[in-house]
Design a binder for this molecule. Structure first.
Ligand SMILES: Cc1cc2nc3c(=O)[nH]c(=O)nc-3n(C[C@H](O)[C@H](O)[C@H](O)COP(=O)(O)O)c2cc1C
Length: 350
């Protein structure tokens, strides 16, 4: 499979909506890995511009990632109560909370224009997060020769993906930064670690497995390969690269003491996601996903609160996703980071 991509390294830079830029993805692809763009929260026009910028910077293969979450089950009373609970914080920053929350982006399954864009752009790889792509979507992309990847957090999800014809499965452990790719955020979660999940999926599936979660250096990449994974997908390791879109506050938090204390929480967006400690979490505390407005509706409140706080120089309400390995993040340019990762991994070849 990797030969088809002409990749030279068993390394995928994770798609990170809002953080992975065309420059970051291009640098990784040019260095022999697979660069990725996270388009899940982008409009079609924004996505088109990002892909054009990426294509201008690399002739290598790249991955375009979309979200395929189920449409949110709206509960207006819960949403209003949520806003009411947030209002003292808005007031603290001299702002009024929005009168209602919005579904700030839609699933690719409900976005035919995004599907058209993927078909037209013909990336080497398309990857999916939060579910199983429809048969029509898989057929349309495969007809263009596009390889399909998707995230699983347990054996059951991986089996569904394999049945749907996904070419390789990303085993996302509980250590991972960003949104947990579980299909149903309210279902029981065994919170499997990357190593255990990788081993389980290598045994349960016929398709190649890609390990993701807590892999920060070449030793981790080598460990993933030794566990039977075909490649490793690293997100947090690339946040500190100068090519990422992380702002100064995010970078400072990534290298600060909070990096040792990442938490998985649904309160920021409505889905469990691993983040650096955040004032939003302090305000809302720990609670199960069903007590939070649906994803991505809840995220609208978090983004509005962050905007209000930021106007007053307070960056503590920003969503700063990061995995458990955050303290190991480095601030090297992406191409250098890829070279160091591969040197540490002892030159593991595909
Ligand atoms: C800042 C950030 C944003 C992320 N955004 C996405 C995304 O848009 N799509 C996706 O499939 N995964 C996303 N993820 C999850 C990654 O694909 C991957 O599972 C995770 O980064 C692996 O764990 P690590 O961060 O410990 O390397 C994101 C992760 C981070 C850290």
């Amino acid at each position: 499979m990797w030969e088809k991509l002409a990749l030279t390294l068993p390394l995928i830079q994770a798609p990170m909506a809002g953080v992975a830029t065309p420059a970051l993805a291009a640098a990784v692809s040019n260095a022999g890995g697979l660069g990725s763009l996270g388009l899940g929260a982008s409009t079609v026009e924004q996505a088109r511009q990002m892909v054009a910028a990426l294509k201008a910077q690399t002739r290598g293969p790249f991955n375009l990632n979309v979200f395929i979450h189920a449409a949110p089950q709206r509960d207006l009373a819960q949403e209003l109560a949520w806003l009411k609970q947030a209002s003292p914080v808005f007031e603290k920053f001299g702002a009024t909370p929005p009168s209602a929350l919005q579904e700030i982006y839609t699933s690719c399954l409900d976005n035919p224009d995004m599907v058209r864009l993927l078909v037209e752009e013909r990336p080497a790889v398309v990857s999916f997060h939060f579910g199983v792509p429809s048969a029509d979507l898989c057929t349309a992309l495969k007809a263009e020769g596009i390889l399909l990847l998707a995230t699983a957090t347990c054996v059951q999800e991986a089996r569904l993906l394999e049945k749907a014809g996904i070419d390789a499965i990303i085993a996302q452990g509980f250590e991972a930064g960003g949104h947990r790719g579980m299909f149903d955020p309210q279902s029981p979660d065994d919170q499997l670690s990357t190593l255990v999940l990788t081993r389980l999926l290598v045994r349960a599936c016929q398709v190649p497995i890609i390990a993701a979660g807590g892999i920060m250096d070449g030793y981790g990449v080598a460990a993933a390969r030794a566990s039977g994974a075909m490649a490793a997908q690293l997100g947090t390791a690339f946040i500190g690269c100068p090519e990422s879109a992380a702002d100064a506050a995010y970078r400072a938090a990534l290298t600060g003491p909070g990096a040792y204390h990442t938490r998985m929480t649904p309160v920021i967006s409505g889905r469990p996601a691993r983040t650096l400690p955040n004032m939003f979490m302090e305000h809302f505390g720990e609670r199960p996903a069903h007590q939070v407005p649906a994803y991505p509706v809840a995220y609208d409140a978090a983004k509005a609160l962050h905007a209000a706080a930021k106007n007053h120089g307070e960056f503590g309400f920003a969503a700063q996703w990061a995995g458990q390995g955050a303290p190991l993040a480095r601030t090297l340019p992406a191409a250098e980071l890829v070279a160091v990762l591969m040197q540490e991994a002892g030159g593991v070849a595909l």
